[in-house]
Design a protein around this ligand. Structure first.
Ligand code: PLP
Length: 384
């Protein structure tokens, strides 16, 4: 199997060189737009590409307001702050995620509560969340959800759309409403992924996108905060800059600002990348179809989009029959220059989160031992 897989992947990418997991392509207007920022001297925190990038992401995702940030972690940090997450609060999230999800909580002094994921979508499981809350939470007289044992406020739930596959949003929203929790979507991996026709990251009070170099499209480093209302969007813009009250010359700042602004030079790259996003997504979908066909008569399960969703297939994922075959696959492919990766170490095993509360994590642990990511770069480059 492993040798056939390596040949199959080499065939797809038509190369004997090293094949990375996900590499960006710049064959459109990237050079032109970046050069424009240099020639205009507007490379920094203001410029036309920042406004244009925000507007284009807003239009593409159907978000009420999109606010560009310096990276996806910054967008998450600001989202949690804006949703009112405070020191000592608890936020329900996944143990199977990239560490940035939890780092954003850590820096607010909030604590994650790790809830299991669903095997089909790899996203936060609404039933597991409901079960943990029923056992451990209550709503106090002021309508606040609290952890019964400690009295801590349970402020929000933060599902992550793993590898671009949308989580079960309708059901998650129902549980959030029942327990008075804010919903914040870590949509860092899911630009171009739609849940029942609506873009991921636009269901919650806030959503966060990432444009890091390994994501579907890149700005070098960058992120976007998707906001559900105009008022929240205004506030997001205010705090992600310097929280300065508008005035022709006086400096007055009315709350602590993050200065998480995306530089214009990065936004220029983003505007060019957005022009080729549809072609890129079509190509990635085709690649996923090839993988699905390759594995269809084997005991390996290729992860396909949930039936309610259209995924961007950011990182292709495979579930091996057991840990041993997973380990063999990782070794054979990486030894031969075809990059594959195990899924992230579960968050509750990391030193900074070992003390965090958690529910049953059967599915997360099962997948941790079996899941690998396969090379997922687009197989062509795209012109605007
Ligand atoms: C990439 C990613 C982030 C953070 O994005 P950066 O732009 O690298 O800060 C957050 N959460 C998840 C799940 C990610 O994959």
């Amino acid at each position: 199997m492993n040798q056939q897989l390596i040949e199959f992947i080499r065939d797809i990418y038509r190369t004997n060189e090293f094949i990375p997991l996900h590499a960006p392509t710049f064959a459109g207007n990237e050079r032109d737009y970046v050069l424009q920022t240099i020639e205009s001297t507007f490379v920094s925190s203001v410029g036309k590409f920042v406004d244009q990038f925000e507007q284009q992401i807003q239009a593409y995702t159907g978000s009420t307001r999109a606010v560009a940030t310096v990276n996806g972690t910054a967008a998450l940090h600001a989202a949690l702050y804006l949703a009112g997450v405070k020191h000592g609060d608890l936020v329900l999230t996944q143990a199977l995620t990239f560490v940035a999800t939890c780092n954003a909580l850590y820096h607010l002094g909030a604590q994650p509560v790790f809830i299991d994921i669903e095997r089909a979508s790899l996203g936060l499981c609404p039933e597991a969340m409901s079960e943990w809350l029923t056992r451990n939470a209550e709503i106090d007289d002021s309508g606040q959800c609290r952890h019964k044992a400690s009295g801590a406020v349970i402020k929000a739930a933060m599902p992550m759309h793993t590898f671009g596959h949308p989580a079960k949003l309708d059901e998650l929203i129902t549980v959030c409403e029942q327990w008075h929790l804010a919903l914040i979507e870590d949509a860092a991996e899911s630009l171009g992924s739609f849940y029942k026709g609506q873009h991921t990251g636009t269901f919650g009070q806030f959503g966060a996108l990432s444009f890091n170099g390994n994501k579907v499209i890149t700005t070098g480093g960058g992120g976007m905060l998707l906001c559900r209302s105009e008022a929240e969007g205004e506030h997001a813009k205010h705090v992600t800059t310097t929280a300065k009250r508008p005035h022709p010359y006086e400096f007055f700042h009315d709350e602590p600002g993050f200065n998480y602004r995306l530089p214009n030079i990065n936004a220029a790259l983003g505007c060019a990348q957005l022009e080729v996003l549809p072609a890129m997504l079509a190509n990635k979908r085709q690649l996923a179809t090839h993988y699905a066909r390759f594995f269809c008569n084997s005991d390996y399960v290729f992860v396909e989009e949930p039936d309610y969703a259209s995924s961007n297939y950011w990182l292709n994922a495979l579930i091996c029959p057991e840990k041993r075959s997973r380990d063999e696959l990782l070794k054979a492919t990486n030894d031969q220059g075809v990059m594959t990766r195990p899924v992230w170490t579960l968050m509750h095993r990391l030193p900074m989160f070992t003390e965090a509360l958690r529910g049953d994590l059967t599915n997360s642990e099962w997948l941790e031992a079996r899941l690998v990511n396969l090379p997922s770069s687009p197989t062509e480059t795209f012109n605007a």
